[in-house]
Design a protein around this ligand. Structure first.
Ligand SMILES: Cc1cc2nc3c(=O)[nH]c(=O)nc-3n(C[C@H](O)[C@H](O)[C@H](O)COP(=O)(O)OP(=O)(O)OC[C@H]3O[C@@H](n4cnc5c(N)ncnc54)[C@H](O)[C@@H]3O)c2cc1C
Length: 371
């Protein structure tokens, strides 16, 4: 993994880790590179999570380690990368606000890769507008009953536990949203079907009907946003990993493919594309590791910098992968070519954990505050 450009934001330990992670990605994640269907992705998920948990990669890490991990893995297996991220989204809320019993029950097994988590926030009427969550939580003795529907939930149907966001009081908007824990198999929880993506990913709908749940915390909206703030910078890193893989493939091809009697790389139109791809990727990395470094220094109110990294890196990765495929020509479009897989996988990064437009709103609001 090439971290030279961002070494100013890294410590000695991170540099050594980057080497180990490069090796881990190549040797341990390649077998998860290629799922051909939603069912295959679901079948691979548990093994992939175990493969990441065994060596300790699913433990709590600093932001820069999260980024290095995702950068190393995302270019090789976008599916494994997504599973890593979802495990983070499901465990960070428990780590931040879970009761000792909730933490004892799930955090160690999840860190070892022996349990799969999910983060259920999105609903048919509440995507970017999270405050509009309609799933209702009603108290019932020492627990709560949830009723409502969730959609676009990663790991729906395969998770062992779900962190679910539901409204305690719909008149209170975001202030009325709580965070809850639901164990798979609880009566009233139903996997309501897969939602199939162009890049295989275990995505689906969930139905809650008087489903018994434990409260994690009443300030669920804040907890959800803190969780997204923790994980979001790593989405930018995943985008960098995907873009790097695509740039490498384009460079190899430009050196070896000959047309009109010379390597493609000798044509200035191709050189320009390569240069623009490299500039975009390097700028993405700088934004990403700056934001991660700030978080590791304790600057946790860096939503603007995190949003800049996420928006820039994911949009740039999409362009880099598209240009790589253009340089590869017809070969790059063949099913299961690594760049063809990246082309299908990168699209989701501009949407999940806050769309690009939402990142732009965060940045602009912060600018307008005069901060
Ligand atoms: C692969 C994948 C995995 C996912 N996994 C999960 C998961 O595990 N858990 C979970 O809870 N959710 C998950 N999601 C859902 C994801 O978080 C939502 O798709 C995302 O928040 C956007 O919501 P939406 O799709 O309803 O789009 P909408 O909110 O309806 O937005 C549609 C378009 O309108 C734009 N828009 C919305 N509001 C504004 C505004 N105020 N100003 C300008 N433009 C605006 C958006 O940017 C977008 O371009 C996943 C999605 C994908 C694609």
């Amino acid at each position: 993994m090439n971290v030279d450009a961002v070494s100013v934001f890294l410590e000695e330990g991170h540099l050594r880790l980057a080497e180990r992670l490069g090796e881990f990605g190549r040797t341990e994640m390649t077998r998860f590179a290629c799922a051909h269907s939603d069912q295959e992705a679901r079948a691979m998920a548990r093994e992939a999570i175990r493969a990441m948990g065994g060596p300790g990669w699913l433990q709590a890490h600093d932001s820069r380690t999260l980024c290095l991990f995702r950068e190393a893995v995302a270019g090789i297996s976008p599916l494994a990368d997504a599973l890593f991220a979802i495990q983070g989204l499901a465990t960070v809320p428990l780590r931040l606000e879970g009761s000792p019993a909730q933490q004892d029950r799930w955090l160690d097994v999840a860190a070892r890769g022996e349990a799969i988590g999910a983060f259920a926030m999105t609903e048919p009427q509440a995507g970017s507008d999270v405050a509009n969550i309609q799933t209702l939580a009603q108290p019932s003795g020492d627990h709560w009953l949830l009723s409502g529907d969730k959609c676009l939930i990663s790991n729906a149907g395969i998770a062992d536990f779900y962190v679910v966001f539901a409204s305690l009081d719909p008149t209170m908007g975001s202030r009325g949203i709580g965070a809850f824990l639901v164990t798979d198999g609880t009566p009233g929880l139903r996997f309501a079907g897969a939602q199939v993506l162009s890049a295989p990913h275990p995505l689906g709908r969930l139905e809650f009907r008087d489903c018994r749940a434990e409260l994690i915390c009443r300030e669920g909206f804040k907890l959800g946003m803190r969780t997204l703030d923790t994980m979001r910078v790593s989405v930018a890193a995943a985008a960098c990993g995907m873009a790097q893989r695509a740039l490498d493939a384009a460079l190899d091809h430009a050196r070896t493919r000959r047309q009109f009697g010379q390597p493609l790389g000798d044509f200035q139109l191709i050189q320009e594309k390569l240069a623009i791809m490299a500039i975009g990727l390097e700028a993405s990395r700088l934004l990403t590791y700056r934001a991660a470094w700030q978080r590791d220094q304790g600057q946790l109110r860096n939503s603007r910098e995190v949003a800049m990294a996420k928006a820039h890196a994911t949009e740039t990765a999409q362009q880099v992968i598209d240009q790589s495929l253009q340089i590869l020509g017809g070969q790059g479009m063949l099913a299961d070519h690594p760049v063809e897989r990246l082309y299908r996988s990168v699209r989701a990064l501009r949407i999940y954990e806050g769309t690009t437009e939402v990142q732009h709103l965060i940045i602009a609001k912060d600018l307008l505050k005069g901060a």
